[in-house]
Write a protein that binds this ligand. Sequence first.
Ligand code: CS2
Ligand code: MG
Length: 403
Amino acid sequence: MPKITAAKVIVTSPGRNFVTLKIETDEGVYGLGDATLNGRELAVAAYLNDHVVPCLIGRDAHRIEDVWQFLYRGAYWRRGPVTMSAIAAVDTALWDIKGKLAGLPVYQLLGGACREGCMVYGHANGKTIEETIDNALHYQELGYKAIRLQSGVPGLNSTYGVSKDRYFYEPADADLPTENVWSTSKYMRSVPPLFDAARDALGWDVHLLHDVHHRLTPIEAGRLGRDLEPYRLFWMEDATPAEGQANFRLIRQHTTTPLAVGEIFNSIWDAKQLIEEQLIDYIRATVVHAGGISHLRKLASFADLYNVRTGCHGATDLSPVCMAAALHFGLSTTNFGIQEYMRHTEETDAVFPHHYRFADGLMHPGDAPGLGVDIDEELAAKYEYKRAYLPVNRLEDGTMFHW
Ligand code: CS2
Ligand code: MG
């Protein structure tokens, strides 16, 4: 049996913070797992260092499910983003090790490819509708089959999803949280014209997506979904906070626009009612925040019974290690729907050399044994952790609101 001999937590900040777990074995093979929790990175690093790593030493690296159950049931305190990101990192690293020892890419261990590649969506955004459409046309030229559109809201200084940089959207950019101002009524008026213009400019062969970022009440979301029906969206994301899963019943009663939710979920229990009652069409939980490849597979199999497909979160705060894991998962999961893809900066790509590739709107994890992603530790050490917060949001009268 390959015995775990060491595990270390690597914190690096090549443009943004990442936490990576590296598990070593006595067979000379190591595995990597992403443990990044945006804005709360050091909590997961401490959880791993202080409470998980000591329990890993000496264990059989092949016993992925047993280790998962040990960390989940054994902690007594179940679920939660910190715990589940830590467990995810261990799980992902162990799949990486198993693949390397077997000489196979992880997707082969998961049942093999169900498709040629994973359809991904890119992010087009701009301060104005024109700027957003311009950006979307660029993605279309690059071969993307699906594009998410976010545009500035007239009358608001800054809007979720609208980047300062043309290619990289990075919201966690301040030493202390930036305060933004939000108006639901201004926002609601601004979205239908964006998609009207988008269909005129981009045609009907491209999938269009939109992220509401948990900012509407269920009835407001129902209305927005209905207003967007003529533009046939691929999905409307995070229409309302999903802690109360039954909230989605009301949205469903009012619109046929497909619904996606779950980037902040960390367990199958967060989505149980949403899936069983078919209140959503896509589940966005992903490898790093939802307990790793093992737990996500269970979630996807459960969702498959209810016609819910996957649409994993893939923003820049999910490291290339998570991206690779998500692609192995997506390629081998029958009810895969789409994968979010936000390119990482060159600095990040240099720290995490990887085999995954983009062509014609699809991504493939590559055929290197394991996950096909590595970490250049020397380079990683050059980028020191830098505290960075996500922004917060207030209504125009100063009331604290959802970001
Ligand atoms: C987002 C993210 O990618 C998405 O859909 O909602 O930008 C999200 O806000 C960040 O990943 C938070 O860390
Ligand atoms: Mg989102």
